[in-house]
Write a protein that binds this ligand. Structure first.
Ligand code: SAM
Ligand code: SF4
Length: 499
């Protein structure tokens, strides 16, 4: 099959139509605009009632979300940030999950105007990692201390579903002796960010053991979507992308992740699109998205729009949109990436983000060659705002009271999809996460932490241990003895024990 024939067979109309309601999708643009208009200048009492609903850990309606998006009063905005953090504490406590992106291919059949990988960017040097290169890259990521990856791919027959499935298996097969020679480290969860696929292709990824499948809608606004994604490309099909997660659910992948690329259209509209997306997944499958991402568009090589869009989101609006998302979807993880500057990332983690990356390199093959993005401009998709090493970010967050978690137990113990949602609602999953966060942080401190990080980390882990020992849940459920024995075994050099 040549590239043209491959492109022609990607979209399956019947795998779009089955999710529509009376021929319509869930992004009712008129209704979004009306909701945003009608809720302008909201009454303080109404805002506080909605905040109480968030504190009760309930998904907000699109209209309630619109009310929060319309808050302009600085004091009320501060109050919202405080409630957002409280919501995060109730569901996720003080944990922050770390991952690293692994770019496997930069070949692409699409021409997204904002992306360095677009097919008409002649400056970009194209490459698809070979299995041996995937191993090398994975080894370099593991050697930083990571245990979770998100593998990223351009859309192309050379990096199709079979290639992605093979690369997932390759990544899982890599094991490294730790720098101390004490035990081993490996990637225990491979998430994927790739183009929308058919149910049959998604099943291949499910069989290979994918963690979360992630696709960003980029913009929920049809007109703007059409401007940035030429109609003669696969990505030009707005609805094929809109229902990527519905198909993933049908393929058995029940951890799905959505996002929008902020800077293509009005940020309030995009937040409304994301919340509607979450509602439609809940309505059709009983499970919302596992995470939401809100990347801001970054300068991309040769892309005028990436630096000059009239919708680029400033820091204040960015902080507001993160706050509102935390309040609107209390159970959903929120991801802030190294696209953002270090100071801003640190601040917005305080409004409720639950996952982040560090030591990130987004050039193809950049981990094993240890190149900075400035040296790799012809192989990157865009430029990162924060290139600090994992150790430094872990230390900064530990200083702020956040415990780094590399936990992958939920997924390996079958606590995913609707099971994890019900456990989160009952407050049970958070308890397991706390234990697994401490176990994986113990591994990290022993194996990879610098002397400075160990000092801050040991203090934090001691506090966590005391909290665990005092908490009746762990004694009542007889979890404490198992946890303490695992903790001791890990401290003595065993690895990958989880609950
Ligand atoms: N090719 C697949 C796709 O488009 O879905 C997946 C990989 S693509 C490299 C991953 C994401 O990068 C895109 O969904 C887009 O949101 C984001 N991205 C593209 N250009 C960007 C830019 N200039 N700044 C920030 N993020 C960007
Ligand atoms: Fe290709 Fe994805 Fe970049 Fe678009 S965003 S050009 S589909 S890699």
């Amino acid at each position: 099959m040549n590239v043209k024939e491959w492109i022609a067979q990607v979209v399956r109309q019947e795998e779009i139509d089955k999710y529509l309601v009376n021929g319509k999708d869930f992004v009712d643009e008129r209704e979004i605009v009306r909701e945003l208009e009608e809720t302008r200048g909201p009454d303080v009492g109404m805002v506080r009632d909605i905040l109480q609903k968030s504190l009760d850990i309930k998904l907000l309606t699109p209209r309630e979300t619109a009310v929060l998006l319309n808050v302009e009063d600085p004091e009320l905005l501060e109050e919202m940030k405080g409630v957002a953090l409280e919501v995060k504490k109730r569901v996720y406590d003080n944990r922050i999950v770390f991952f690293a992106p692994l770019y496997c291919s930069n070949v692409c059949v699409n021409r997204c105007v904002y992306c360095g990988f677009r097919s008409d960017n002649c400056e970009e040097k194209r490459h698809v990692l070979t299995p041996a290169e995937i191993r090398q890259e994975t080894e370099a990521v593991i050697d930083q201390g990571h245990k979770r990856l998100i593998a990223v791919y351009g859309e192309h027959p050379l990096s199709d579903a079979d290639y992605i499935a093979d690369s997932i298996s390759e990544i899982y097969s890599v094991k490294r002796t730790t720098p101390t020679g004490n035990g081993f480290n490996n990637i225990r969860r491979v998430n994927v960010n790739a183009a929308p696929m058919s149910v049959a292709d998604l099943r291949k990824l499910w069989r290979a053991g994918i963690g979360t499948f992630q696709v960003f809608q980029e913009t929920y606004h049809r007109g703007r979507y059409a401007e940035f994604h030429p109609a003669d490309t696969v990505k030009g099909n707005y609805r094929w992308r809109l229902y990527a997660m519905h198909r993933a659910m049908d393929a058995g992948i029940d951890d799905v992740a959505i996002g929008a690329l902020f800077g293509l259209y009005d940020w309030r509209f995009e937040v409304m699109g994301l919340v509607r997306h979450a509602h439609d997944l809940e309505r059709q499958f009983g499970i919302g998205p596992h995470t939401i991402s809100f990347p801001r568009m970054q300068p991309a090589p040769g892309s005028f729009i990436s630096e000059n869009s009239s919708y680029l989101v400033g820091d204040d609006a960015f902080k507001r949109l993160v706050t509102v998302l935390r309040l609107a979807v209390p159970y959903t993880g929120l991801i802030v990436t190294a696209r953002e500057r270090a100071d801003l990332r640190r601040e917005i983690i305080g409004y409720g983000c639950t996952q982040t990356d560090a030591s990130s390199k987004i050039g193809i093959g950049a981990y094993s060659t240890n190149k900075l993005q400035e040296e790799n401009r012809d192989k990157v998709q865009f430029m990162l705002g924060d290139q600090r090493r994992l150790d430094e970010v872990v230390r900064e967050l530990a200083t702020d009271g956040y415990i780094t978690s590399f936990c992958t137990a939920g997924y390996r113990c079958g606590r995913t999809g609707d099971k994890i949602m019900s456990l989160l609602e009952k407050g049970v999953e958070g308890k397991f996460c706390k234990l697994n966060a401490v176990l994986t942080f113990r591994e990290y401190l022993n194996d990879y932490a610098s002397a400075e990080t160990r000092i801050v980390g040991e203090r934090l882990i001691e506090k966590e241990l005391q909290e665990i020992e005092r908490n009746a849940f762990f004694t009542d459920k007889r979890l404490l003895p198992t946890f303490l024995s695992y903790y001791k075994r890990i401290a003595a050099g065993e690895r990958d024990l989880y609950m």
